[in-house]
Ligand binder design. Structure first.
Ligand code: PHE
Length: 404
């Protein structure tokens, strides 16, 4: 898999940094950031220094490694959002400096990065991650420091349960698992299913659980469950067991790298059943890895550029103009939305104070996002429609929208 974006290890990309003469290494902001965030002191000058100084927002992302497609896509969305925000005058009359660091899609890195954002950079808010496992790692740091964190697309319910400073702008997996079970029953006519899940990803384990609950509650039967771990390459033993069990469909709640290999190997073993997954499948790499084997596969996700709305069209146009004609996927849309929702919270708070921004975020209501109107509920989650995508002639194709 090719990485389209190769940042230096721990390189900080400060989008507006040059305009403010900040070095890329990012010198520490004037003191008062962490203190004021923790003590609830007020005023737009608190949190990250004087009112004339830029507002810093940190993003931790999988820019390289096995989920690089997610991180890069989401990051393009956040870049576009902060470009637009800065062009239209910034936030609270201040420009935004957007810091980003790569966790290489590995466990353990996100905590280190987020701690630096909080204590060294005195960021006002944090964006990330796509993968639930890495959001779960970083969220306790944000919660303790009382720096609001907004995840663009982590769907595991536990992420926002970490605490009242943790938000997300996407739907959650109880909804996604349910809609996939209903899709299997209704559209794929499945009475029995096999599940092949990634035990190393909280996302995959959770989505398998929610699917199983709904599918069996509606009279379906899970005839076999098999497991793998991230970075596995050979799934033939599991697939052979699945073939022997004789299920109608195979559910693979995992990420695209492994899902692509699973689909390819299933077809090699003569398994031509419908295979489907959740939003973790969404990446152009899925098609690079599995190609023609993707016939009769499906996945659910958050958005399709084909599902037209005025907001979507404007976003697709701006994104293509900035990124050489590339069409934004769901992570790009959610990355953009996460930055816009955080910015809106800061604006409505009228302050960079952590507690005030938190309260404003918690009150987010009907905010017009690319992925739909966003209201954050008492658990700091969004409730939004999902779309089902299939693959036809080597291209993703929108099938239907499922309302919450
Ligand atoms: N929802 C996935 C998770 O929680 C991440 C993801 C989001 C993947 C959007 C693809 C698209 O880990």
């Amino acid at each position: 898999m090719k990485d389209r974006f190769q940042p230096r290890r721990h390189a900080l990309i400060a989008v507006a940094a040059l305009a403010f003469g900040l070095a890329a290494g990012c010198k520490p902001a004037p003191s008062g950031g962490a203190d004021s965030a923790a003590s609830g002191s007020s005023g737009s000058g608190s949190g990250t220094g004087a009112a004339s100084e830029p507002i810093k927002i940190g993003e931790f992302a999988s820019l390289t490694g096995s989920e690089a497609a997610f991180g890069q896509s989401s990051h393009k969305g956040t870049q576009l959002a902060f470009d637009e925000i800065n062009k239209s005058g910034g936030l609270l009359g201040r420009q935004v400096v957007h810091l980003v660091e790569d966790n290489r899609s590995t466990a353990g890195e996100s905590v280190t990065i987020v701690k630096k954002f909080v204590s060294r950079d005195k960021v006002v808010g944090i964006l990330g991650e796509v993968a639930s496992g890495r959001s779960l790692e970083a969220a306790p740091v944000c919660q303790t420091a009382r720096v609001p964190m907004v995840s663009p697309s982590s769907t595991n319910p536990k992420v926002t349960e970490i605490g009242d400073y943790i938000f997300r702008v996407c739907f959650i997996d109880p909804f996604q698992g349910k809609l996939l079970a209903d899709f299997a029953k209704r559209s794929l006519k499945a009475k029995t299913a096999a599940i092949l899940s990634d035990v190393s990803a909280p996302y995959s384990v959770g989505l398998a659980d929610f699917f199983r609950q709904r599918f069996t509650a509606e009279g379906g039967k899970i005839v076999v469950e098999q497991k793998y771990a991230s970075k596995d390459k050979d799934f033939r033993a599991q697939l052979t067991a699945i073939k022997a069990a004789g299920a109608d469909v195979i559910f693979v709640p995992g990420y695209y790298t492994e899902a692509g290999l699973i689909v390819a190997q299933a077809r090699q073993l003569g398994i031509d059943l419908p295979i489907f997954g959740g939003d973790g499948w969404e990446a152009p790499q899925l098609i690079e890895i599995a190609g023609a084997a993707l016939k009769n596969t499906y996945y659910s996700t958050h958005y399709s550029p084909e599902a037209k709305s005025a907001k979507t069209e404007a976003f697709v146009k701006a994104f293509q103009a900035k990124f050489g004609g590339e069409t934004p996927d769901a992570m790009a849309a959610l990355g953009y939305d996460s930055a816009m929702v955080l910015a809106d919270g800061i604006r409505r708070a009228g302050s960079t104070d952590g507690a005030k921004v938190r309260d404003a975020l918690a009150a987010t209501k009907d905010f017009p996002c690319v992925t739909g109107k966003t209201t954050l509920d008492a658990q700091r989650n969004a409730s939004k429609a999902a779309v089902i995508i299939t693959v036809e002639n080597g291209k993703f194709k929108y099938l239907e929208t499922i309302e919450p």
